[in-house]
Design a binder for this molecule. Sequence first.
Ligand code: GRG
Ligand code: ZN
Length: 342
Amino acid sequence: MSAPPLNVKAHVDFIAALDKKKNDYEYWLTEQAVLNGIYWGLTALFLLGAPDTLVREDVIQFVVDCWDSKTGGFAGNIGHDAHLLYTLSAIQILATYDALDRVDTDRVVEYVCSLQLPGGAFQGDRFGEVDSRFSFCALACLTLLGKQDSCDVPAAVDFVVRCKNFDGGFGSVPGAESHAGQVFCCVGALALTNSIDKHIDRDHLGWWLAERQLPNGGLNGRPEKLADVCYSWWCLSALTILDRLHWISAEPLSNFILNAQALEDDQYSRESANKLSGQALDDAQDHGGIADRPGDRPDVFHTLFGVAGLSLLKYPGLEPVDPLFCMPLKVTQRLGLAKEKY
Ligand code: GRG
Ligand code: ZN
């Protein structure tokens, strides 16, 4: 199937317009996770070659305002509770803007380490949910801060290895079904701790990941599920780390992602423009962005992971992305954290 080219300008405008949508219903649904949204948007903008689109100082100040002085972690919005998911996004944003000196990083390290349990797993916050996602968040955060050794690394690795299944994939906790999102987190955690070859059979897991490609070119997250643009990141990043990216058919996957763009003249954009009038229509950015699959409504999460997937596939004009941190490669190179081999 053919596909339109990547519409860089439409996606940059789409992300820039998100800030103006604070009165929208969807904004309130995601209000507790604004920091995640800013990380997704900012990273996409850097990869699209438009790093100056947002006002750097405003973004940094917002991140600083999300810091919770009681715990030392970051909340997803000002005045909310701290969580590892938002703490990683905060550190990624500050690292991207070269502004890590704007926070008390020792307290952030203390917060992250306080969430490690005796068996090595990390809980996401003080309420105690355990998930291999949080192992990745903790290790990535500590590594970005140059303090990985502040936690019990062998125990952290041991928990991640216990999440591995007979099919080569990884789940959220020991015994849970393999899922590509968790594979990204567990492969990432093992890559961050230089323990891929000790614990992963690259061909076995590479095969499970390559099996995620469907006849429409897109990737799903586990067997019998629909293809979704975000798995272009969760699967491709893991395949890149495992040095098995070539086990995917690149062109059909690129076309699947490119066909999920919301473009000016497509049905999604026409319908959303028809629903608006007057000032709302003037303010609206009714196209741009990438959806989970062709024909669906675009969002900033799938915009980042579509663009980042295309970057891993070396789509012309995009900035290279670091497959481990999902940040601009230039940033992880500046921090001395980019790896040639895992
Ligand atoms: C720095 C990129 C980055 C991530 C931080 C939070 C995190 C670490 C990773 C999340 C990994 C994950 C679990 C991703 C999956 C997200 C997703 C699409 C879940 C949907 O699951 P289902 O079961 O969907 O609803 P399927 O596709 O299986 O039907
Ligand atoms: Zn998705």
